[in-house]
Design a protein around this ligand. Structure first.
Ligand SMILES: [Zn+2]
Ligand SMILES: [Zn+2]
Length: 339
């Protein structure tokens, strides 16, 4: 595909989309865009996360639900193998096709460089890929699994603030809740993510994830353990909300498997020559580039816009960001040297 029809490439080879990121159209009163928005909302990413969730539930968890009534290392290891295997297949395929074999070369790639071309001392073994891979599989995925074991223990033992709801009696609410799962993610992620950007928390915790200024799929789950525990704990909201185990697992899976979206590094993935799939990566790519913008996702609940952190990739947004950074520096200077 010709990516210059969709964006521009600078002298260094970095590609920028022509279209700024837009928050969800219903916030802007653009109801004519709702059809495309809803299609994008469901297909392909959330449909994929739901398919994965149904496979987890019907093939693995439901047939063995009694086994989760007590805590066992054996089941924790089985779940770890499934989680790690699933992530390895999804993230590994994108990494292999677009970063190792470079099927579409640099077309639609925001940053002209590939992480393997940039060794750096900030990473274990000086390699972003090895560092990110090890942190994902030996920190983030084990913590995800432990939280999952806790949630399954609650499901198997009927532990819930209101009692788990069944589909037959409560299907209308459960369908609505399923559709709200990405919104719950956005609220949870924005709040925690903003918090770990503040003061020493950034240095202690979140800087690990931000070492990857030019993220690739393996960067998605590469975090400090505190961040990983927070990130994967979204499922716990479903112990407090009227919910069902499948919806709760969908929350967990769409967070873990969906973390790749912000870190794909390409605006579109060319599945075939003429079928590009939107990655939805740009808002979070800008977060990795500029740090103090876009703490949430790409504007389903536009908290960044409401709090003044939104960067949609446009020149105007760039100017607004620079002005905000300049004022912040001035304030810090005035604090350090009071007149
Ligand atoms: Zn990130
Ligand atoms: Zn961040």
């Amino acid at each position: 595909m010709d990516d210059t029809k969709y964006g521009t490439r600078d002298k260094r080879g970095n590609w920028t989309p022509n279209q700024p990121v837009e928050i969800a159209p219903f916030w802007l009163g653009k109801f004519s865009k709702m059809g495309k928005f809803l299609l994008d909302y469901l297909w392909p990413w959330n449909a994929f996360h739901m398919a994965v969730t149904l496979a987890y539930w019907f093939l693995l968890i439901q047939p063995n639900l009694d086994a989760f009534k007590s805590l066992s290392w054996q089941w924790a290891l089985i779940l770890y193998a499934v989680n790690a295997g699933g992530i390895f297949v999804l993230y590994g395929s994108v990494e292999l096709i677009y970063y190792v074999k470079r099927k579409q070369d640099r077309r639609f790639k925001y940053n002209a460089k590939f992480p393997s071309e940039q060794p750096s001392d900030v990473f274990w073994f000086k390699s972003q890929n090895i560092d990110n891979f090890l942190r994902s599989f030996f920190v983030s995925i084990p913590l995800w699994t432990l939280i999952q074991v806790g949630a399954l223990y609650c499901m198997a033992n009927g532990l819930h603030a209101f009692g788990w709801l069944g589909w037959q009696e409560h299907w209308v609410w459960l369908v609505i809740l399923t559709l709200l799962v990405p919104a719950i993610h956005e609220l949870h992620f924005f709040c925690g993510h903003w918090l770990i950007h503040q003061g020493p928390l950034y240095k202690w915790i979140h800087s690990v994830h931000h070492n990857s200024i030019n993220p690739s799929p393996w960067s998605s789950l590469s975090t400090h353990p505190v961040e990983a525990a927070f990130f994967h704990s979204e499922i716990l909201w479903h112990l407090l909300l009227p919910s069902n185990p499948i919806v709760a697992l969908f929350q967990m899976n769409s967070t873990a498997y969906g973390a790749i979206n912000g870190h794909i590094g390409f605006d579109k993935l060319e599945i075939t020559e003429n079928t590009p799939v939107d990655s939805h990566a740009y808002a979070h790519y800008l977060h990795h580039k500029y740090f103090e913008v876009n703490y949430g996702g790409d504007g389903l609940i536009p908290l960044d816009k409401w709090f003044g952190f939104w960067h949609d990739g446009s020149k105007e947004a760039d100017e607004r960001m620079k002005e905000r950074f300049r004022k912040k520096k001035e304030k810090a200077r005035a604090k350090a040297n009071p007149a």
